[in-house]
Design a binder for this molecule. Structure first.
Ligand code: PMV
Length: 310
């Protein structure tokens, strides 16, 4: 008896950082990259082993420190299910989602693991339970996460998200194409979020105004997406990127990729996620995807993923 579950990557389309301060954000799943977790029976009496296959690392749950992310989600899941003794199992996780690039690799691994472990124990978790458990672990990575990552990944649907409110799954009237380019620079979310917090503390009025302007872009973007107004979407991405530059979370590499995408014909481009490194997203007509991908590679992108949203 084995149990397997998987979860997609994600990108934030609009509203990162401002979402931590109560403004809305929009995020969508990226199905091309996924995390999977498989739970298989172990040797009787051996306890629960966690295997991070990509990293070649195995840890016994009973020996793992509290802040070890795989152990944390396994413990939270068992506690949530009311299971006191960890079953003798081998839990193997794998992921094709780039780490620390803003594509939600941590949340996706947690989401797959909690679902697979629950299934192995003969239980099914509701989506909001998965989301809440993953959120607890994201706090270990991020400090003060808004909750957008766990939500979009657990629901596996586009979401309009406001911190502390029930997520609003979201209708995309007309699918659109995104090119996602990885700078290859790992950027821990906690660091960028902490820097923005310090800057907000030092100049609250300015940062609140920037967050308000981002919030307004997100509301306009939602209307554009719901009404198939693709012409509006590109300029909104560009405007959101400029505001993220003003927040201090872009970088020369991200700006260079944004320029290269626009010069190659993208309709708009912005950084996605915490910034500094991680990913750039560019909105393209489907027939431009290859040209824009090539331009992004030439401008230094390490990996390029083309995805259809909606
Ligand atoms: O996890 P990432 O890198 O996609 O970005 C997190 C988005 C932030 O708004 C910067 C932080 C958050 O918790 O929402």
């Amino acid at each position: 008896m084995r149990a397997i579950a998987s979860a997609p990557g994600k990108v934030i389309l609009f509203g990162e950082h401002a979402v931590v301060y109560g403004r809305p954000a929009i995020a969508v799943p990226v199905a091309q990259v996924r995390a999977t977790a498989e739970v298989a029976p172990g040797v009787p009496g051996s306890g629960l082993h966690l295997v991070a296959a990509d990293l070649g690392r195995t840890v016994l749950l009973a020996d793992a420190p509290a802040d070890e992310p795989l152990a944390a989600i396994a413990r939270l899941t068992l506690a949530h299910l009311g299971i006191e003794t960890a079953p003798d199992t081998v839990v193997t996780v794998r992921s094709t989602i780039p780490i620390a690039s803003g594509m939600g690799s941590g949340a996706a691994v947690s989401s797959a693991l909690t679902r697979a472990l629950a299934a192995y124990c003969g239980r099914t978790l509701a989506t909001e339970e998965v989301s809440a458990l993953v959120f607890e672990v994201d706090k270990l990575y991020h400090g003060t996460p808004s909750g957008i990552d766990n939500t979009v990944i657990a629901y596996e649907q586009p979401v309009y998200f406001v911190k502390g409110e029930p997520p609003q799954p979201f209708h995309i009237a007309h699918p659109f194409t995104l090119v996602i380019a990885d700078t290859g620079i790992a950027s821990p979310t906690k660091v960028a979020v902490g820097d923005v917090r310090r800057a907000w503390q030092a100049d609250t009025d300015r940062y609140e105004r920037l967050f308000d302007r981002i919030g307004e872009i997100v509301r306009r973007a939602r209307r554009a997406i719901e009404h198939s107004n693709d012409d509006a979407l590109g300029p909104l991405l560009d405007e959101n990127h400029r505001l993220l530059q003003e927040l201090g979370v872009s970088s020369p590499e991200l700006d260079r990729l944004a320029e290269a995408a626009r010069a190659a014909g993208a309709r708009g481009a912005k950084l996605s996620g915490a910034g500094r490194g991680g990913n750039l997203i560019a909105l393209v007509r489907p027939d431009q995807a290859e040209t824009v991908s090539a331009a992004l590679r030439a401008a230094g992108a390490r990996g390029v993923t083309v995805t259809q949203v909606g």
